[in-house]
Design a protein around this ligand. Structure first.
Ligand SMILES: C[S@@+](CC[C@H](N)C(=O)[O-])C[C@H]1O[C@@H](n2cnc3c(N)ncnc32)[C@H](O)[C@@H]1O
Length: 201
């Protein structure tokens, strides 16, 4: 399948365990919209996986905020377990049942990562090298979360839908930062925003 070419057989097997568990839990706790479950691999897993090739080399503390059913945080944790075993992954998700789901998949795949069942605003500052988020908040609020949890020299990766330009303009009224937009591999209208050097104007 396109987007999975560089994934090892072991990682693929763990992603399959994740997908199977999600399909089992989804009717009870709505981890992804029911209408998207038939397109789980492309719409959610491969969409999350595309971040992997943009993460800088070396040991990294990767923090995913508002992880929900694990996109992109849990996909990155599974892919990193072999591709970059030195990376530390933290997911922050306030919902107890979604956190329990994330911990269940980690246990069943034997992948290590930390799940903090907390509000992002209340969680201790993470000093992350890499901050990720998808479908959580508009860019201005994401940058506030980055101010709290991302190291000054760190990089944020935000998966954004088709309104990203409007969000970007609004955010630039309050924040200055360098950014690069990478067209999404799974949706031509969406982008992966890669943001560095975040400071208030
Ligand atoms: C729309 S879902 C997106 C989940 C996932 N990132 C994805 O793309 O499928 C947003 C998630 O963020 C969590 N969330 C929203 N605000 C939060 C906050 N302030 N602190 C922690 N989690 C939050 C919600 O519980 C929910 O699971």
């Amino acid at each position: 399948m396109k987007g999975l070419e560089s994934v090892s057989r072991e990682t693929l097997a763990k992603l399959q365990v994740y997908a199977d568990t999600l399909i089992k839990w989804n009717p009870k706790i709505n981890l992804v919209a029911k209408s998207t479950i038939d397109d789980l691999w492309d719409r959610h897993i491969i969409d999350s996986l595309q971040i992997m090739r943009h993460i800088p080399e070396g040991p990294q503390h990767i923090v995913d905020i508002g992880s929900g059913g694990g996109f992109p945080g849990l996909v990155l944790a599974i892919a990193s377990s072999e591709a970059r075993p030195e990376a530390l992954i933290t997911m922050i998700e306030s919902d107890q049942r979604k956190s329990a789901f994330l911990r269940t998949v980690l246990r069943e795949t034997g992948v290590s990562a930390t799940v903090l069942t907390e509000r992002i605003e209340k969680a201790p500052a993470q000093s992350a090298d890499v901050l990720t988020a998808r479908a959580l908040a508009d860019l201005s609020l994401l940058l506030e979360f980055a101010e709290q949890h991302l190291k000054k020299e760190g990089t944020a990766f935000f998966l954004k839908g088709k309104n990203w330009r409007t969000e970007l303009q609004k955010a630039q009224e309050v924040w200055q930062f360098d950014y690069e937009e990478v067209t999404s591999e799974t949706n031509v209208e969406a982008v992966l925003l890669v943001i560095k050097g975040i400071e208030r104007v």
